[in-house]
Design a protein. Structure first.
Length: 75
């Protein structure tokens, strides 16, 4: 049962988040299969400072062993 955890800088609307979740699920279904009922998605907002001090060093750079797409920026 695939579950996607999406972390974003704050400021996106609820509608944008719903659309993003739907598009992620659609893309995953094309690649790995499974029905819509198999997927779940969470979206968490972070301030710039939280991103810089928590998300980037811990969840991105600190998890290179499971990072499949590296960012094109450094902090």
């Amino acid at each position: 049962m695939p579950h996607f955890q999406i972390k974003l800088l704050e400021g996106k609307t609820e509608e944008q988040k719903k659309q993003l979740a739907n598009e992620v699920v659609k893309a995953a279904q094309k690649v790995i299969g499974y029905g819509d009922e198999s997927f779940s998605v969470t979206i968490e907002d972070f301030s710039y400072e939280e991103w810089k001090n928590q998300v980037y060093p811990n969840d991105i750079i600190g998890r290179k062993d499971i990072l499949y797409k590296e960012p094109g920026y450094e902090m």
